[in-house]
Design a protein around this ligand. Structure first.
Ligand SMILES: [Zn+2]
Length: 156
């Protein structure tokens, strides 16, 4: 099992090459989005959100929102520590919490939002690849974490 500091070290080390890889096709925007999503995936959306870990503590006072996630999943459960499913579970859980927290605001402002205006400003197709790049960055950092937990990268 890899330590939190080892996870952090490899996350730092591999974020730059990953960002460079993303920049080949998407330029600076790919570099920034790819690198940032890789770092965010390793430091804040890590599979180790299923225990009281460094990624959990980085959420500061918001870490309590991950408590139900931690309690429902055991450490290294098939959900938190698996490829695709792990990232999907954390993103889904985060969105559910965000929706619950934002719902009072939505109820207040829904009457002032013009739905037709929102539909006219859908996400431009040129931005879709950046969203995919961000998702791949989050998922790649999960792969790195799982590989380290399997001790494929020997000691530190
Ligand atoms: Zn882990």
């Amino acid at each position: 099992m890899s330590s939190g500091s080892s996870h952090d070290k490899w996350n730092y080390l591999l974020s730059f090459p990953f960002a460079l890889l993303c920049s080949i096709d998407m330029g600076w925007s790919g570099f920034l989005v790819g690198g940032a999503s890789f770092l965010i995936g390793g430091f804040w959306f890590s599979p180790d959100l299923d225990i009281d870990s460094r990624p959990t503590r980085r959420w500061g006072p918001l870490k309590k929102f991950w408590m139900p996630y931690r309690q429902c999943l055991g450490h290294r459960s098939i959900i938190s520590h698996s490829i695709l499913l792990g990232t999907i579970s954390r993103l889904t859980y985060g969105m559910i919490v965000l929706i619950i927290l934002a719902s009072p605001l939505c109820l207040i402002s829904v009457q002032t939002i013009d739905i037709n205006l929102l539909l006219q400003h859908e996400l431009p197709k040129t931005r879709i690849h950046l969203v995919l790049c961000a998702l791949v960055g989050l998922e790649t950092s999960t792969w790195l974490h799982i590989i380290q937990d399997c001790n494929i990268f020997s000691k530190n």
